[in-house]
Each structure stands twice: as C-alpha cells, then as structure tokens.
Design a protein around this ligand. Structure first.
Ligand SMILES: [Zn+2]
Length: 294
C-alpha cells in the first residue's frame, strides 16, 4: 500500500515572519533540489536512508535479521552508491544489519560504499560482541577506513547539509548516550536525528551548544522511549512532525506514552514505522510530502 499526504511548510511565512532555520550561518551551502528521507521499516530498530540529488547517506541498518530487508530497500529505491554510512552507536538494533549490507557491497557490483562514520567511544565502552566484530570485518572487506567522530562534522550533500554531533560524555552508563546525533538542513526544512540518545546525552549536547536550533522533523530518540525526547530537547527542537521507529508489539513497550505525550505538545503529527511501515518524507519546492510504503 502506498499513501501520499502533502503538507505545506509555508508556515515560515504565516503571520509573523520567522527567520528560516536554513539561513543559519552553518547552512549556507544548501541549494534547491529534492531530498528524500526514508525511515525504513526494520521492525524494532533504526535505519534511515537519506537521498539528495547528489549524495546518499544510510544511518543505521536495523537488527541482524534486517540486513536483507535493508538491501531489498536499497534496490527498491535505486541506491547503488552509499556515500556515507553513519552507525549511530554499536547496539545490534542499529548495526546488526550492516554485515549483510557490507557483504552485498563487497561481493557485487550493485552497491558501492564510500565512507563509514561511527562514534569515537572510550576504550572501556568499545563492544566485544560478535555483531560488532562482524560490523568491523564488513568495513574492512570494503577497503574502507572508518572515521571515528570526535568533533562536529559538516558534510555537503548537494541539496542538503548534514551536521554530525559527537556524543559529549565519556562515562555514560548506557551505550545509547554515545549516539551520533545530526541536523539535516534542506533548503526550507530541517530534520534532527537522534539515534538512541537519552536524556543525559540530550542535556550534554544542549549544554555544549550543539543542539541549538529548531527542526521541523524529529526522529524521536530510542524508539520513543520515555527516557528520550526530554522537555528540554523539545523546547529547542520544537518539531512540527516526529517519527518513531519501533517494532509492532515490541517487548520494550515502545513508544512509551510519556514520550508520545511530550511529543504531542509540539507536533502536528507523529508517524510510527510500526503503524505506517516505511515512512518517506520528501522535501521539495512545494514543501514536505509524506508517503508510506507498507
Ligand atoms: Zn535502538
């Protein structure tokens, strides 16, 4: 089933003039052109595909059993090159699908992966799991030297700019708080991606001045957990839409009603992959267009 909803973003110019966020000093490189963000349906996990007119980014690849689904989606959406893979943090519901994706890229001519970016973890937090080993093996099989993000990185994607924010702490108890977060600035629309960042990381990124402006669309942290999407984050991001990536009847009870309730105070609409399937947000000159592929 494929459904399309069109929602204008001309709210910037309704009533009082509000300075568009894309004109911020960090975002002068954005140019006209369509950008599509696919929140892939990977059951309980995250996988987000960003396609601009020039570049493709894949943020996470879901659980171990979702690699083949992600590959099928890459084929379905005509992706033959991934310019940047961003592994937000090394939990299996985010990196588990990557080994299959890396194998597919290494063994066929149908997919080329150019760069891999992951958080720069303290030594004591580096996982020793088989999933993480296979993830590293896959990177090596594609002759890629991974980049460990230790400071803010801005990447020009042509019709968008992505700004990667490194985790700020070194002694978080949860690996979730080592998630790479990111602003994606298209010409008139801004996204904010969170990985599984929880309240502690959100607060530290705010304190560091790295979460410092609004975004139209928020990928809610940690699958809509009550420990993420804090009021202090929402006050700054002030999202018009939120997307929650979680599995049907997942054992964690995601999304938690406390988080949904906080999001509802800001958002006109909250989309969920467990209800809608793959959620596609396309940004072009006419505004924001949502479609769903289930
Ligand atoms: Zn997760």
């Amino acid at each position: 089933m494929f459904i399309i909803i069109i929602a204008g973003i001309n709210h910037f110019f309704d009533g009082e003039f509000e300075f568009p966020s894309f004109l911020g000093e960090n975002n002068q490189k954005t140019v006209d052109g369509e950008v599509s963000v696919y929140f892939l349906d990977v059951d309980q996990g995250d996988s987000i595909l960003i396609v601009t007119e020039e570049k493709t980014v894949l943020i996470d690849a879901g659980e171990r059993d979702q690699g083949e689904n992600v590959i099928a989606d890459l084929q379905k959406y005509d992706v033959s090159t991934i310019d940047y893979i961003i592994a937000t943090h090394p939990h299996s519901d985010h990196i588990g699908g990557f080994p299959d994706v890396f194998s597919y890229a290494a063994e066929s001519d149908n997919l080329n992966i150019k760069n891999v970016i992951m958080p720069d973890l303290p030594d004591s937090k580096v996982p020793t799991t088989r999933t993480y080993e296979k993830f590293l093996d896959g990177i090596e099989a594609n002759n890629i030297s991974p980049q460990f993000l230790d400071s803010t990185m801005e990447i020009d994607l042509g019709s968008a700019v992505i700004t990667l924010l490194p985790p700020q702490g070194t002694d978080y108890s949860s690996l979730n708080d080592y998630s790479i977060c990111a602003y994606l600035d298209c010409k008139d629309t801004t996204f904010f991606f969170t990985g599984d960042a929880e309240k502690e990381e959100e607060e530290d990124l705010i304190e560091a001045g790295l979460i410092n402006r609004k975004a139209d669309i928020l990928k809610a942290g940690h699958h809509g957990s009550r420990t993420s999407s804090s009021e202090s984050l929402l006050e700054i991001i002030s999202p018009k839409y939120a997307v929650i990536s979680c599995g049907t009847d997942n054992s964690y009870g995601h999304p938690h009603k406390e988080a949904v309730s906080r999001l509802e105070n800001y958002c006109d609409k909250i989309y969920r992959t467990d209800l809608e399937g793959t959620i596609i947000c396309t940004v072009n000159q006419d505004g924001v267009e949502w479609s769903f592929d289930k």
